[in-house]
Design a protein around this ligand. Structure first.
Ligand SMILES: [Zn+2]
Length: 223
């Protein structure tokens, strides 16, 4: 397995669906590259305003949650070192219904402007949520249309890609990032997403106990 996404480059673009995707799935990787000097841009399709978690005890409602989650994401980006954040202003849970050509054109514009050295997104089949699959598919098409050759990578969940053969990939397709030096930043970002992470008691244990829940590696699959 390879152990690097960027090579000699320093611009990383991540395109996800909701505030917290970046932290919960690959916060360690983003923090690691940021700490090494990479310029990271995050695009979030939505503000996650249809999330069922409203704080614990609940303190948000459907009207206030979008602004709260945007602010949480901004704070998480500060902890991770993500330099640029853009929203596509799509309503949560509707990404799959946006006209695909329009969505891909918008993402393609970002790719052409940023000229990233690596692009991260969801796999369109095993993204796990319709918004994830839809933004992953649009990003894959946008990447191909842009002519960008630098590298498109799909996030994976937990240790699923420790055994890539089960998903039709080989070890050569997988990038394995050791994030053990970034646990503190990742934990801070988890806690920044308070209205989502508050219901997970382990996040609020003493730091060492919470960090013990994190996997040492985050895995990506090359398109
Ligand atoms: Zn999500």
């Amino acid at each position: 397995m390879k152990e690097d996404l960027l090579g000699a480059g320093n611009k990383l673009l991540a395109v996800f669906a909701h505030p917290d995707d970046e932290t919960f799935i690959c916060g360690g990787t983003l923090a690691k590259y940021a700490a090494a000097g990479a310029e990271i841009t995050l695009i979030s399709a939505t503000r996650g305003e249809m999330g069922r978690r409203m704080g614990n005890p609940p303190y948000l409602n459907r009207e206030t949650i979008a602004a709260a989650r945007e602010e949480e994401l901004r704070e998480a980006c500060r902890h991770l070192g993500v330099a640029h954040l853009h929203f596509l202003d799509i309503r949560d849970k509707t990404v799959e219904f946006i006209e695909e050509a329009e969505l891909t054109a918008r993402i393609e514009t970002y790719i052409r402007e940023i000229e990233p050295d690596a692009v991260l997104t969801f796999h369109e089949q095993w993204g796990g949520h319709p918004d994830h699959c839809a933004i992953g598919r649009a990003t894959r098409i946008a990447y191909e249309q842009s002519g960008c050759q630098s590298g498109l990578y799909y996030i994976s969940y937990g240790n699923m890609m420790a055994a890539p053969e089960r998903y039709g990939y080989t070890r050569n397709d997988v990038v394995k990032i050791d994030v053990s030096g970034q646990f503190q930043a990742k934990l801070a970002a988890f806690r920044a997403h308070r209205c989502q992470s508050e219901l997970d008691a382990w996040v609020w244990l003493p730091d060492a106990e919470a960090i013990a829940q994190f996997g040492k590696h985050e895995y990506f699959v090359r398109h």
